[in-house]
Design a binder for this molecule. Structure first.
Ligand SMILES: NC(=O)c1ccc[n+]([C@@H]2O[C@H](COP(=O)([O-])OP(=O)(O)OC[C@H]3O[C@@H](n4cnc5c(N)ncnc54)[C@H](OP(=O)(O)O)[C@@H]3O)[C@@H](O)[C@H]2O)c1
Length: 303
């Protein structure tokens, strides 16, 4: 498989599905524009993503070299009650996209998730590990990966990521800091381990991969690992909040969907392809808190 950079300027027009309102999507659109790409970032009002004809027409009008798909049904617990809707978005859209791109000279980078794994490992999951999702969200996301890989394997990159935080939209870190504003203590799960990931870093990794002539599965996350409790405690400490974070087991915080106990992702294929190593999540968290949140009402009101 070739992994040489594809650098021609003419090849740098992108569609970012989810690029107007998504936590990752809007950051990816911004990052690509910053790197000189022409970016089309439609909202759900701009194009009916579930109509093959409408999607094909939109793609033909934009003439992209690459479509990035960040659209997903991301409400993990609600998906247990709405499996058809979760499947329509998480499998249906990639299937339609794959069908449309089959006959067009356009590559695709599709975002997937650590929830495709069952969480029984105790070492980071590589791209060669066998998925075994335990939730509707995880199953439908895996079906989405396969829908693309079956239709356009020669032009698909699947980028699995995890535990996103970043500016512009609510996320775990933002929620925790909001709760800490109003409380003296919080209980947070300490027996689920994962790979916290900054959307700014993830967007940059996606952009770098898009500029390489490569296909197949990648894991794109920040380095290191954490429990939700560790991530919350680190965030409140950096934000100089006095709220005490108590570690609890998952049994004390029941949730509808089954989550992997351990879903740390191994990024070595990304490093082999690009020569780059994702920085540790803790360094990225500092940037999120000091660059993106420090002067906002969320944190400054407490100082
Ligand atoms: N967040 C995480 O921690 C995390 C972890 C692992 C993997 N991922 C994956 O990363 C990707 C991006 O996640 P995210 O957190 O950035 O998601 P997000 O903020 O929830 O954004 C999802 C995007 O999809 C759009 N969308 C959802 N349903 C739609 C529908 N029926 N029709 C049209 N548009 C629809 C949303 O548009 P509206 O704003 O109009 O609803 C939004 O732009 C997803 O593939 C997700 O599975 C996320």
């Amino acid at each position: 498989m070739s992994t040489t950079p594809a650098s021609s300027e003419a090849l740098r027009t992108a569609i970012v599905l989810g690029g107007k309102t998504g936590l990752l999507g809007h950051m990816l659109a911004k990052t690509l524009r910053g790197k000189g790409w022409t970016v089309h970032a439609p909202s759900r009002e701009d194009v009916d993503l579930f109509s093959e004809a409408a999607l094909a027409d939109y793609i033909d009008r934009c003439e992209p070299s690459m479509v990035f798909n960040t659209v997903a049904y991301t409400q993990v617990d609600k998906a247990e009650d709405e499996p058809e809707e979760a499947r329509r978005v998480n499998r249906g859209l990639p299937a339609t996209l794959g069908q449309v791109l089959r006959t067009r000279p356009v590559r695709c980078l599709h975002i997937s998730t650590d929830f495709v794994f069952n969480g029984k490992h105790n070492a980071p999951y590589t791209v060669d590990d066998t998925p075994d999702p335990q939730s509707v969200y995880g199953r439908t996301k895996l079906e989405g990966e396969r829908a693309l890989l079956e239709r356009i394997p020669e032009k698909t990159i699947i980028a699995r990521t995890a535990w996103l935080f970043g500016p512009g939209k609510k996320n775990f870190v933002h929620t925790i800091l909001g709760l800490c504003r109003d409380r003296n203590s919080l209980n947070v799960v300490h027996d689920q381990m994962g790979s916290p990931t900054y959307t700014v870093d993830l967007a940059a990794m996606c952009a770098v991969l898009a500029e390489h002539d490569t296909t197949g599965l990648y894991h794109l996350v920040n380095g290191g690992q954490a429990s939700w409790c560790e991530l919350a405690a680190e965030a409140t400490a950096l934000a100089e909040m006095s709220c005490v974070i108590h570690a609890i087991p998952s049994e004390e915080y029941p949730q509808k969907a089954c989550r992997p106990r351990y879903s740390v992702l191994d990024t070595s294929r990304y490093t082999e392809t690009t020569g780059l190593t994702p920085r540790p999540w803790i360094q990225a968290l500092r940037d999120y808190i000091f660059h993106d949140l420090w002067n906002t009402e969320l944190i400054s009101a407490n100082r």
